[in-house]
Design a protein around this ligand. Sequence first.
Ligand SMILES: [Zn+2]
Length: 149
Amino acid sequence: MIEISKTFTISCAHILPQHPGKCSRLHGHNYTIEVAVEGEVGGDGMVMDFDALNDLVKTLIVDRFDHKFILPTGNAFVRRDSVYWYVNVPKQGEVRIPVNMCAPIVIKESTAELLTLEFHKILSAHAALTYLGLRVRVWETEKCYAEIC
Ligand SMILES: [Zn+2]
């Protein structure tokens, strides 16, 4: 078995409304997403063409989230109308973001851990990756990452 890996970078804004510290303030990260695929080397000498992996991750993750506000739709402090998403931050106020600037995602908080689980779910549901071992690591900063183990 061989593992191949490619990294991607997305810049996103987010907020953790219930966080007791500074993460309850609007801020952003340049997330690095490592996507690794494990499999047998095929007749073409590859586990998977890096270009194919690139196209998949770009379509399913990068294009959806890059330069957007990550909006955790499963959070009780989040609501929307036809024009805006609203994030109510206790004791601080409400943040209002135009719907077209948001990347809604069905998670409770936009933590690195939950983003990792969701990115893995999105990618592993694609037919090209279903039968290969898939590993996803999301770096929130240069020093902090989450990975399914
Ligand atoms: Zn953050």
